[in-house]
Design a protein around this ligand. Structure first.
Ligand SMILES: Nc1ncnc2c1ncn2[C@@H]1O[C@H](COP(=O)(O)OP(=O)(O)O)[C@@H](O)[C@H]1O
Ligand SMILES: [Mg+2]
Length: 261
């Protein structure tokens, strides 16, 4: 059984839990974690994302969403033995592999080892995935025994819904499928997407996700540094505040020195 973050908040449970107060490490151990392996990030979030949760990463173009997503999958395989699936809805697959190789991540090697599946779809094909109710994604998950999924970007999928109510139920059903398959999911959402009023959509997505991380580029905010902010993370005592991050030739590095959950 997956232990939810809301324990202790339901008055019915109160008695049982006040008998044996849990402290420190024991309390942390109640929620299984999927570490990102990203330098400086895991220590802000009690060691990693809650296993089986949906984490939305929001940011402008070039803020490092794709890099973060691929690091999450790549580290998942090489450091934690968790295979992963990348739903790539935006990038030319060959150029994408070369870009990741430049960052020290040999995507093709992991694909050959059947530890990583990259599903690349054109915008026209996205509609088919949505209609299929995620069946294609599930097939890829089963093929390699995946534990992690990245949707890059979720915003490309939701642009296909004409009505906000349809978008909402589409996202609810996608997120609940991913949770029921026990995937730890990163859904990337781009600010400033054209075609649909993303401003109206962001709060809905943020509400439906278990966790939200914002990536703010220095040039957009007028600040000195790019900053990462954990807006919410259910079941996790996370660091609250803005933390500088950099895009380096070995991926995202979060400058969290001394900061803790
Ligand atoms: N080898 C590299 N060294 C340093 N920075 C890089 C490197 N490769 C990419 N970047 C930075 O990462 C950005 C792209 O990140 P990406 O994850 O693709 O953004 P997003 O998906 O949010 O649009 C580039 O604009 C560049 O600033
Ligand atoms: Mg991207």
């Amino acid at each position: 059984m997956r232990i939810m973050g809301g324990i202790g908040t339901n008055p019915k449970h109160k008695k049982a839990f006040t008998h044996t107060p849990l402290q420190g490490r024991k309390r942390e151990a109640l929620v299984a974690r999927a570490p990102t392996g990203i330098s400086g990030l895991d220590e802000l979030i009690e060691g990693g994302f809650e296993r089986g949760s949906v984490v939305v990463v929001m940011g402008g173009p070039g803020s490092g969403k794709t890099i973060m997503g691929v690091q999450f999958l790549y580290n998942g395989v090489v450091k934690y033995n968790e295979p992963g699936v990348l739903i790539n809805l935006e990038h030319d697959s060959e150029r994408f592999r070369n870009h990741m190789l430049r960052l020290g991540m040999d995507v093709e090697k992991l694909e050959k080892e059947k530890k990583l599946v990259v599903l690349t779809y054109s915008p026209n094909e996205i509609r088919e995935i949505i209609r299929g109710g995620g069946g294609i994604v599930k097939d890829a998950i089963d093929q390699i025994g995946a534990k992690r999924v990245v949707l890059d970007p979720l915003s490309a999928m939701i642009m296909f819904y004409d009505k906000k109510s349809d978008m909402r139920s589409g996202v609810v059903s996608l997120f609940s499928s991913l949770r029921s398959w026990d995937m730890t999911t990163l859904a990337l959402v781009e600010f400033h997407s054209s075609g649909v009023s993303m401003e109206a959509v962001h709060p809905t997505i943020a509400f439906l996700a278990d966790a939200v991380i914002n990536l703010n580029m220095a040039y957009e905010s007028g600040q000195k540094d790019n900053v990462l902010e954990i807006v919410k993370m259910r079941g996790t005592g996370h660091y609250r505040g803005k933390v500088p991050y950099e895009l380096t030739d070995s991926g995202i590095v979060v400058r969290s020195q001394g900061k803790r959950a």
